[in-house]
Design a protein around this ligand. Structure first.
Ligand SMILES: [Fe+2]
Length: 387
């Protein structure tokens, strides 16, 4: 940087030649080279998504810079040393890390034009720095293909691109924080359900995994399976609001106690309905105890009026309950479970779902043994990515 210090332009004001990006391309074309291209910039802005990885967006932005300025290479040198320098295009003999030697980390907006860098590999160099909410760095372009010198017009072309890079980066960080928060909320709710009743500990996670496997067997899309996973984790969240003495009672329940237990599906909806990003899970939470013949609760829905996800959860829920030892009974064998499902198929449970469960029975024990893993992170990502 020191050898270029005299060339660094510290003027933060827009240059006289800078125009608004929305102007037609003809108004920004210079006689010495290419200029503003609204279509390229519009394409880039359309990709300015928080769920896009910053590195991916930076690569797209560098491609846009190369096209608009018609240069051999463009690079993004982040001000945070732990982040990667991204390069698009190539200059023979010039390595990625060489780009970072052309500039220094900058907190404020700076520009640099150097048409005689003194580096045998770099004939011309222009750069713009920007920072937004802690995300910052330099956008560098080198060696125009027609050999022209860089000028203020080139800086003006780079400015909207560098602004897009730092904005996307800062927003992607916020998105990552939000993702972490939602991940934490789901984990906390699942732990709270488990803590409420040690005998059913891990039940939600197992139901989630079994439901996903059934969904796979039924050919559901990854998004639908992701929803099933979250519904499985949270299907019994309403039990948090049920009196422990009733929830853990091993003897027969009175009618009032039975009604109280049944209310967990409605309480679950009440707990989750304020979490906008999880609202699409409510049908599974509310209806996982409906029965195909209309004798279930809370709405006595029957047949296809029961949401499909809820019909899958009902089978996964029953399978895990029968496969687990409870204070009042030992776990059932697979042949006992099969018999119960075959009797209830088409009466209590959707026969297509029961068939799918039976078709993947060899996987079920392994699925039940697995712990909470990466899958929640993937699903949270998909969930946040939706409108
Ligand atoms: Fe339940």
């Amino acid at each position: 940087m020191s050898s270029y210090a005299q060339d660094v332009d510290h003027d933060n004001k827009p240059s006289a030649s800078a125009r608004h990006p929305a102007e037609p391309s003809s108004s920004r074309t210079t006689p010495s080279g290419p200029g503003f291209d609204g279509a390229i910039l519009a394409r880039l802005i359309r990709r300015l998504r928080v769920s896009e990885s910053p590195e991916r967006f930076q690569t797209l932005a560098l491609g846009a810079a190369r096209s608009m300025l018609d240069v051999a290479a463009a690079a993004w040198v982040p001000s945070q040393y732990q982040e990667k320098t991204i390069v698009a295009g190539e200059v023979d003999g010039l390595a990625h890390h060489d780009f970072s030697s052309f500039v220094t980390p900058a907190a404020d907006r700076l520009t640099l034009i150097d048409n005689q860098p003194g580096n045998p590999l770099v004939a011309r160099l222009a750069a713009v720095a920007a920072e937004h909410q802690g995300a910052g760095g330099w956008l560098i372009v080198v060696n125009p293909r027609n050999g022209r010198a860089f000028g203020r017009d080139d800086i003006a072309l780079l400015e909207p691109i560098v602004a897009a890079i730092v904005t996307q980066h800062a927003n992607a960080r916020l998105y990552a924080d939000l993702k972490e928060l939602l991940f934490g909320v789901i984990r906390a709710l699942t732990s709270a359900i488990d803590a409420k009743d040690p005998y059913t500990s891990g039940h939600s996670e197992r139901v989630a995994r079994i439901a996903v496997r059934i969904g796979e067997q039924l050919g559901l899309t990854p998004n639908q399976r992701g929803d099933l996973y979250l519904m499985g984790l949270l299907h019994d969240v309403g039990k948090i609001g049920i009196d422990d003495n009733v929830l853990k009672k091993t003897g027969p329940l009175t009618p009032d106690e039975y009604r109280l237990i049944q209310s967990h599906v409605v309480i679950g909806v009440r707990i989750l309905e304020d979490l906008k990003k999880l609202r699409h899970l409510l049908p599974g939470v509310r209806h996982h105890h409906e029965s195909l013949d209309g004798t279930g609760y809370p709405d006595k829905l029957s047949g296809s009026s029961i949401p499909f996800e809820a019909r899958i959860l009902a089978v996964a829920d029953a399978f895990d309950a029968m496969s687990s030892t409870r204070p009042y009974r030992r776990k059932l064998s697979f042949s006992q479970i099969s018999e119960i499902f075959l009797k209830g198929s088409g009466v209590q449970w959707d026969s297509k779902v029961v068939d799918a469960l039976m078709a993947c029975r060899s996987d079920l024990e392994l699925i039940r043994q697995k712990g909470l893993g990466e899958s929640l992170q993937v699903v949270v990502n998909d969930t946040l990515g939706r409108a």
